[in-house]
Design a protein around this ligand. Sequence first.
Ligand code: MRU
Length: 348
Amino acid sequence: MNTFEISPFRLEGDVWLILDQTRLPGTEVYLRPETKEDIWHAINTLQVRGAPAIGIAAAYGLWLSVKDFTGSMEEFAKTLQAAKDYLVTARPTAVNLAWALERMWNTWRKSQPCDIITSKDLLFAEAKKIYEEDVAACKAMGEYGLTLLKPGMGILTHCNAGALATSKYGTCLAPIHLGQERGYNFHVFSDETRPLLQGARLTCWELQKSGVDVTLICDNMAASAMKQGKIDAVVVGCDRMAANGDGANKIGTFGVAVLAKEYGIPFYMYVPTSTIDLSTSTGADIHIEERNGEEIHKLWYAEDMAPAGIKTWNPAFDVTDAKYITAVITEKGIVRPPYTENLPKVFK
Ligand code: MRU
């Protein structure tokens, strides 16, 4: 498959189909969301996941919430605001969700449309723009990211920050896809990413489809892979980066970053500007989602893997302290420490 055909969305006019990622890698089935509740459920259950992708889905969900609206402009505003407040509760950590919803809301308010039809058109156009801008941002991150990598490198990644997590191309997997097209022959090691196996199910699916040389490892094998010299660089995505450069990403990322530092391996975090939250000072202020313990003691399609009633702790993300991040790759360029000083510059 052409790498660049992989996407969690299939846009058919004003019907956006969503690839159900809980069914991958075995089954490729598209959902056809019709209401904001469908979108909320798809985001909450990880049918669509990854920071940019949930922002895009939420933007579309906001439009769905008013698509069939009839009534006064005053009621329209109330309906829209209520849908925005509802959709933002689907997941707490990735800032792209709130970012996309706020952007939709502000665009509508600032343009002050005088009728319902114009309002609906404007919201749909904005959702499409968010999608298209993400495609461009991922492409740009791919180009910037590739300047940090050399042909033949061994590259470790954690979770899935690929095409499936965005509109297309991915954030940290964009340079891998691009390198594949340009003959870089990377050797990618994909952490399986317990408990929901985004690395095994999604990254391996996506990279294998694109013909990339990918090896699946269990999360607890990353240290050995580094010690044995198999890894030259680590690339990961991000769900929310605080003003000081602390970056929340899938649980387990932090451990990989600490290991990379120990072995002198560069650790690159791919962070589109829609994922940078300058209003959050440090990683300590990022709300880390805690999910149902069943994700740990049951596999999705299998038997219990621990005694019934076992106590669990299941944080879905962790924060990598800025000091472990060699560079932050955005669509505007590569940001180096000190992040407190340099991150705001990408918005200028
Ligand atoms: O729980 P998930 O699968 O939504 O977690 C996804 C990640 O942690 C990604 O690395 C992150 O959202 C960046 S996606 C470009």
